[in-house]
Design a protein around this ligand. Structure first.
Ligand code: DX5
Ligand code: ZN
Length: 227
């Protein structure tokens, strides 16, 4: 379960939105109850896909009040922290493999007053996060390999999620646990029960299998929150 008494935070990934109608998509998903906007930043080097840069974040910040959750899948991440922080990110999450000195990169994020996160890919061991617990605000547990939306959910990272839930609750670390990849109506319950505070959702919430409206998005978001 998430931190006691908290409702699950839903963070739709704009990678799966209709990018040519992005303002409408953001308006609809906000009205539908989304809590954060998740932005997947990919560089064609750390991951085999290319997406958005800091200017995209800056433009979204101009039209939305929601916290912007920037997931950097770029290497090195260090060189772009200032730009994404100035663009208006609320959270910036890095992958530990992307920088020689992830702790320094996290310090840089915090120096801007931005919340700092570390992402654990399915093949990244839980121990990677231990030396960083004092500095981070969020751990993003990936249940797909980073790079694309719409991939099949990988269940074994939920073991890391359960162990981190226990550790964080025991030591009362002010750290949110976020899950990203293949989150849908069928996987959400297991993920929430394993201790997630935040669910990222791409293809499931933005699916165009029926005409889009805030009611359709709302019922999908509510399905994810149901336990
Ligand atoms: C994958 C991204 C995810 C992805 C989620 O690298 O980090 O945020 O867009 O999309 P779904 O929910 O479709 O797996
Ligand atoms: Zn992501």
């Amino acid at each position: 379960m998430p931190q006691s008494g908290q409702k699950t935070i839903i963070a739709p990934s704009l990678l799966s939105a209709d990018l040519l109608n992005l303002q409408t998509e953001i308006d609809l998903i906000t009205k539908a109850g989304a809590d954060w906007l998740h932005l997947d930043i990919m560089d064609g080097h750390f991951v085999p896909n290319l997406t958005f840069g800091p200017e995209f974040v800056r433009q979204i910040k101009k039209i939305s009040q929601l916290p912007i959750d920037v997931h950097l899948m770029i290497s090195p991440a260090d060189a772009f922290i200032d730009a994404f922080a100035k663009a208006g990110a609320s959270y910036i999450t890095i992958h530990p493999e992307a920088d020689f000195h992830p702790h320094r990169t996290l310090q840089k994020i915090k120096s801007h007053g931005v919340k700092a996160g570390i992402a654990l890919s399915p093949g990244t061991p839980i121990e990677t996060v231990y030396p960083l617990l004092e500095i981070i605000d969020l751990i993003l547990i990936m249940t797909v390999n980073p790079g694309f939306s719409g991939q099949k959910f990988i269940a074994h990272p939920l073991e890391k999620l359960k162990a981190l839930r226990k550790l964080i609750d025991t030591h009362k670390y002010p750290i949110l646990l976020e899950v990203d990849g293949g989150v849908d109506k069928t996987t959400a319950k297991e993920i929430t029960c394993a201790g997630a505070d935040v669910l990222v959702t791409g293809q499931y919430v933005f699916s165009k299998d029926m005409p889009v409206s805030s009611d359709v998005y709302k019922s999908r978001i509510e399905d994810l929150r149901k336990q």
